[in-house]
Design a protein around this ligand. Structure first.
Ligand code: SF4
Ligand code: SF4
Ligand code: SF4
Length: 253
């Protein structure tokens, strides 16, 4: 496979070469190769920017396949990327999960089921073992375990199915991002057309001032305190949920 540039493949040929290389990669999207997923690594191989020995999940057998396809020499796995190891899958420790959804957002292949404030669960058949869901979990309740014997092998069919889920997820996220941009644009246009409401200043909204005798448990924004940003609110909610989970596991004696 010649690289890009003069004498290199046409854009259509390059796309086809990337598709062929990507097809030989395991599609765990684990990023151990140093690229953002299997396809970016395939692009780097085709563009002569990366050697063919950086994929630990593909291991020695994967290197042989890549060498045959690209015409490059077989070489040992680059140990700086990791070691070839038996397949593992993720598992959520149910008692600890606080339903924050961080793991769902991190999973590149939609292998986690759950919803806000609900117990989440890994779907073992779909889990590639990439471990990308572990770091975002605020309560460290995801562990990597050996799969049942029937799921010990990660086959070419598994990889193709994982690529399909990755592509569908990417398309869904792109759709959501487009619709969010259009919603914000509509909101901006409405605000510009209508202007500030009558009787209010252009930059501040009036809030009721709490009295010293007030006994209601008003929210901070309703009593004139600085409103929390979305990130701060999320952090406070997660900390409270973690505290609740811990007290469930270690009740005070
Ligand atoms: S499976 Fe291999 S090619 Fe794919 S992201 Fe992981 S290391 Fe990179
Ligand atoms: S569940 Fe975790 S380990 Fe399994 S594919 Fe999703 S992110 Fe990777
Ligand atoms: S990131 Fe952890 S706590 Fe949050 S939903 Fe996933 S498993 Fe549960």
């Amino acid at each position: 496979m010649p690289g890009p540039g003069p004498g290199g493949p046409s854009p259509a040929d390059r796309d086809e070469q990337i598709r062929q290389v990507d097809r030989l990669l395991p599609q765990t999207q684990c990023t151990q190769c140093g690229y953002h997923g299997c396809k970016p690594y395939a692009e780097a191989i085709v563009d002569q920017q990366a050697p063919i020995n950086r994929c630990p999940p593909g291991g020695a057998a994967g290197i042989v396949l890549l060498a045959a396809l690209t015409g490059r020499a077989v070489m040992a796995l680059d140990a700086s990327c990791g070691v070839e190891a038996p397949r593992k899958i993720a598992r959520i420790v149910a008692d600890l999960c606080i339903g924050c959804t961080h793991c769902i957002r991190a999973c590149p292949v939609d292998a986690i089921a759950g919803g806000p404030k609900r117990l989440h669960a890994i779907i073992p058949e779909l889990c590639t073992g990439c471990a990308l869901c572990l770091p975002p979990c605020p309560v460290d309740c995801i562990e990597m375990i050996e799969p049942p014997a029937a799921l010990a092998d990660w086959t070419r069919q598994d990889a193709d199915a994982a690529r399909g889920r990755l592509n569908r997820r990417d398309a869904r996220l792109a759709r959501l991002a487009r619709s969010e941009r259009s919603r914000l644009a509509d909101q901006g246009a409405t605000a510009r057309t209508s202007g500030p409401p009558a009787g209010s200043s252009a930059t501040f909204t009036s809030v009721s001032t709490p009295t010293a005798t007030s006994t209601t448990s008003a929210q901070p924004s309703a009593v004139g305190l600085s409103p929390q940003t979305g990130a701060e609110r999320k952090r406070v909610m997660i900390e409270a949920a973690v505290a609740r989970a811990r007290s469930r596991l270690n009740p005070p004696t």
